[in-house]
Design a binder for this molecule. Sequence first.
Ligand code: NAD
Length: 297
Amino acid sequence: MTRIAFIGLGNMGGPMAGNLAGAGHAVVGFDLASESCAAAAASGVVIAENARAAVEGAEIVITMLPAGRHVRAVWSEIIPVLAPGSLLIDCSTIDVENARAVHALAAAAGLSALDAPVSGGVGGAKAATLTFMVGGTEAAFAAGQPVLAAMGKRIVHCGAAGAGQAAKICNNMILGISMIAVCEAFVLAEKLGLSHQALFDVASTSSGQCWSLTSYCPVPGPVPASPANNAYRPGFAAALMLKDLRLSQEAAGAAGAATPLGATATELYARFAEHAADTDFSGIIAMLRDSGAANAP
Ligand code: NAD
C-alpha cells in the first residue's frame, strides 16, 4: 500500500483516483470543485481541505489538471511541504515547456518527478486501461511504474523530462491529421457515388488503413462502436483535440519543426470547435462536407 495524494478529480482524475483506492492504496484527494470531490469520495478517496493538506505524508503525488499553468501553480504550492524522497507525477496533458519547468521545480527541492500524460479517454480512466507516456529518469520511472499500472494497461518510458508530453503531442497531431484525411476521403467518395462501406472495405485493408478509419470510423455503419453511430457524442471532444493540436503547434514553433499539415489541422479544428466544441472530433466530417463548395472551381 502506498500513500498517494491526487490533485484534480475531474472527468479523468476522479476515476483514476478511485482505481488507486480500489487497488488498496491510501488515497487522499483534492479538487476545487465540490461535486468532483463528492464523486471521488464515493469511490474510496479521502477528501482533504486543500492541496497542501492532501499531500501531507504522501509518498507519491499525482496531478490531473486542465493545463500547464494549473500544474505549475499546484506544484509550486505543494513542493515546499513534501517529504524528501517523495515522487511527483503529472498526468495532465500540458505543454513541453511547462512540463520541463515543473520537473526543474521538483529537482531543485531534491524530489523526483515524472510527466505521464495518458491516452484512452474517460472510458480508459474508468476501466483502468489507460496508456501512459512517461518522461523522467530511470529511477523515477521504476518508482512510479507500479502505481501507474493500477490505472492503466500500457506504460511506456519515452525518455527524459518532457518526453511523455512530447510523445502525447506528436501522437495526437497524427490523430488530428489522419481523422481529417479519412473524413475528406469519405466526403469525396460520397460525391463520386462510392458507398461508405465499399470505401471502408477497401481502405481498411489497403494502404489507407489507420486508426481513425478502422477503430473510429467517422461515418455510421462500418465500425458500430464509433461515435458516428451515436450522433457524434464524445468520445474525444473537438475542444480536447484542438487543445492538443495547439500544444503541437506551440512545440513545433519553439523547436523549429515544420508541421504544415499539423497547422492546417489546427485551423480546421479551431473553426469546428467554435460551434461544436463538445461534439466528438470525428464530427468534423459535417463541416468538411458543408464546405465542399469552397473547393469547386
Ligand atoms: P476536467 O476539467 O474534467 O478536470 C480537471 C479538474 O481539475 C477539475 O475538476 C478542476 O476543478 C480541477 N482543478 C483545476 N485547478 C485546480 C487546482 N488548482 N486545484 C485542484 N483542482 C483543480 O478535465 P479532464 O477531462 O479530467 O482532463 C484532465 C487532463 O487530462 C487535461 O489535461 C486533459 O487534456 C487530459 N486528458 C483528458 C482526456 C479526456 O478524454 N477527458 C483524455 C486524455 C487526456
